[in-house]
Design a binder for this molecule. Structure first.
Ligand SMILES: [Zn+2]
Length: 337
């Protein structure tokens, strides 16, 4: 069913449309983990540090260039578990990526035109009071239709045509929409003038936009912008200038109607979800990498000393290796001298 896109009057300013739509929100719950594992858990136990900390053992790691560095770790040298890491990253991705994708659709929405050939997209101009030229007005609205696929239509009536039978212009406009169109792809702008407007100094016109539901992909959040623009041009014009006012309003609105729409709330939500996701993935990957590094770590005993390879001069720690990590020369047993 069509609904009001907003309207206004000369004496009362403009008003917003009826919003009977709400975009559904989603929720998700991520299951908690419970229970403590008896043994070391390759996903959770890593506490890998370059600085000593309580309960941590000291290890040495030799790199290919013969340099060594100390690391501190308390969990032992548990092997990394590829399957566990992959499953963890996969599960996080399956939970978070659809949420992030959905939030991005709300945060940044690119309107797309509806197919102008999918319905009778004739621009209907119906002027009961004789102030516009139907043909040239219809022609001036064609760029809007070309841009959006939505067919705008203008109906101009006297107040007496509806005022006794309807509570409001909005209700009359609703009925007129249903009477004139059998689709939900038009945008009817209904303008009503007092019967004596030609002799009045202050003409209290009213207008109401009535828009089909199928136009939602184009105009969703832009209707309020249009209402402001249209009201502005209406206020500036006399009844004789109605046609240029309508044309000017659409000329001003058309270049903006397909602009991307942004929602700050949805964008913030999206970035928070993205942050949590990246934090978790980074945690699992970093943890896995540290477990891999620990596979090449040698525990440093309390009485160990730093020595130098006789052949290449690179440093090593006594009691950790039997061949030089740099040149491969056998290392003599350290006798404590
Ligand atoms: Zn060496």
């Amino acid at each position: 069913m069509p609904h009001s896109s907003g309207g206004g009057s000369h004496s009362g300013g403009s008003h917003g449309g009826s919003s009977h739509r709400s975009s559904g929100g989603g929720s998700f719950s991520s299951g908690g983990h419970s229970g403590d594992s008896g043994g070391p858990n390759p996903l959770m136990d890593s506490k890998f540090s370059r600085r000593p900390y309580k309960d941590a053992k000291k290890y040495v790691i030799y790199n290919r260039r013969g340099k060594m560095k100390y690391v501190y770790h308390e969990g032992g040298t548990t092997a990394p578990d590829w399957a566990l890491t992959i499953v963890a990253v996969l599960v996080m991705s399956l939970i978070f990526l659809p949420i992030i994708k959905l939030a991005s659709l709300f945060a940044y929405y690119q309107p797309h035109p509806i197919n102008v050939n999918s319905y009778d997209s004739t621009i209907v101009i119906d002027d009961h009071i004789g102030v516009v030229d139907d043909e040239s007005l219809a022609k001036s609205l064609e760029p809007f239709r070309a841009e959006t696929g939505v067919a705008p239509s203008i109906e101009i009536v006297y107040d007496s045509e509806w005022i006794d039978d309807y509570d409001s212009l909005e209700k009359f406009a609703y009925n007129e929409y249903l009477r004139i169109f059998n689709d939900e792809k038009h945008w009817l702008i209904l303008i009503s003038y007092p019967d004596e407007f030609r002799t009045q100094e202050f003409v209290d016109w009213k207008w109401e936009g009535m828009i089909g539901d199928d136009t939602y992909s184009v105009t969703s959040k832009k209707q309020v912008i249009f209402t402001d623009i249209f009201q502005k041009h209406m206020v500036r014009s006399t009844p004789d200038q109605l046609q240029p006012a309508i044309t000017a309003a659409f000329d001003e609105f058309t270049p903006r109607v397909m602009d991307m729409e942004k929602s700050t709330g949805a964008a913030i939500f999206m970035y928070i979800m993205l942050g949590i996701y990246l934090f978790c993935v980074r945690y699992f990957v970093k943890n896995h990498y540290e477990h891999m590094k620990m596979q090449k770590a040698y525990i440093v005993k309390g009485n160990s000393v730093q020595l130098e390879c006789e052949y290449c001069g690179c440093m090593y720690i006594s009691g950790t290796i039997t061949v030089c990590p740099h040149c491969g020369a056998p290392i003599p047993a350290y006798n404590g001298e």
